[in-house]
Design a protein around this ligand. Structure first.
Ligand code: UT7
Length: 321
């Protein structure tokens, strides 16, 4: 049994903040942000929530898949910015879309979360436990950003992307690689609530995202090409046979470096980071859904999805569209 993506969807908040807007908040400039990252605007949530964006992306993905919510067996939301500590965002999405038959849970693997979700979904479908899955990446990064820290606040955006996966005899996912290195957890982190129990009156605010940007940059340019090559090798597919490499939309320079290391032309590496910034777990499914919407994906095209993020975590997925 193979696993194929049969529908995609995405949602972005209505408000788009350009670099000049951020320059009114912190000491930065459009020139610095564009040159170092390639980002020009990012969408920021006002009314929207992690749940509401996930719901809209899911409804679109189900519509494009020609499926009803009640047919979904497995519902996974990849997020680090759920609206509630408990229940999971996935349970709230389940209720809102009416996927009452599904088992629903969240995955926390930061920007690699969507790839982790795909990995889990494929394992369940291939084993015959479930027939299909709705995998969503949804993030409201703006609520964990320190809006006084120019080194992080210019990078991230909010949004959601979703994909419906189903078991099929046709080729679909050809190989997947995921990895974690918890030894480097401090490189990119966001502390949770302080412990205010009677024994431990921890006096600090709930955490904001902090990052050693250069460490993450070095990790990304080293790890992403290796895991992409592993995924290709596992399936016996050459890089030249791949139509598009969809990489986590964090930084244009990271994507250019990976293209170079893989010996592939930059045109094969689509980008939306100029418009969306880094939307963490939502980054890959938003890009995929936008390309699908624009009619850029043809049946039989080989695609690679690859990302990296806090944990540290990483992953790559080779599939036939
Ligand atoms: O999903 C995973 C998430 N994380 C990533 O992908 C991040 C990977 N890392 C990066 O993308 C880059 O490291 C950054 C874009 C975060 C930073 O770029 P960089 O070229 O590594 O810059 P830097 O940290 O070395 O900083 C260079 C200078 C510093 O000033 P000094 O010390 O040279 O005077 C920073 O203070 O740029 C300064 N700077 C800024 N200046 C204007 C840092 N942020 C800004 C800013 N505007 N927003």
């Amino acid at each position: 049994m193979n696993t194929k993506i049969i529908g995609t969807g995405y949602d972005l908040p209505a408000f788009a903040a350009d670099n000049d807007y951020l320059a009114t908040l912190v000491d930065t400039s459009d020139e610095w942000i564009v040159e170092r990252t390639g980002i020009r605007t990012r969408h920021l949530a006002k009314e929207e929530t992690t749940t509401s964006m996930a719901v809209r992306a899911s409804v679109q993905a189900l519509e494009r898949a020609g499926m009803k919510a009640e047919e979904i067996d497995l519902l996974i939301v990849a997020t680090i910015t759920g609206d509630t500590e408990t229940p999971s965002t996935s349970c709230r999405v389940q209720a809102e879309i009416g996927a009452h038959r599904a088992v629903a849970f969240d995955v926390n693997a930061a920007c690699s979360g969507f790839l982790y979700g795909m990995h889990i979904a494929e394992a369940f479908i291939r084993s015959g436990i479930y027939r299909n899955a709705l995998v969503i990446g949804s993030e409201t990064m703006s609520k964990i950003i320190d809006w006084t820290d120019r080194s992080t606040c210019v990078l991230f955006g909010d949004g959601a992307g979703a994909a419906v996966l189903a078991g099929t005899e046709e080729p679909g996912i050809l190989s997947q690689i995921v990895g974690s290195n918890g030894g480097k957890w401090e490189v990119l982190e966001c502390q949770g609530r302080p412990n205010e129990n009677p024994l431990n009156k921890e006096e600090r605010k709930p955490g904001y995202l902090t990052m050693n940007g250069q460490e993450v940059f070095k990790f990304a340019v080293k790890t992403v090409p290796v895991c992409v090559e592993e995924a290709l090798e596992k399936a016996g597919v050459a890089a030249d046979e791949v139509k598009y490499f969809l990489l986590h939309q964090a930084n244009k320079r990271i994507i250019q470096s990976v293209a170079k290391r893989l010996g592939q032309p930059e045109e094969k590496f689509p980008m939306n980071l100029d418009q969306c910034g880094n939307t963490s777990a939502a980054s890959l499914p938003i890009l995929l859904a936008q390309m699908d919407e624009q009619g850029l994906l043809q049946r039989g095209d080989k695609l690679v999805l690859s990302g990296f993020g806090a944990g540290l975590t990483w992953g790559a997925c080779l599939l036939e569209w």
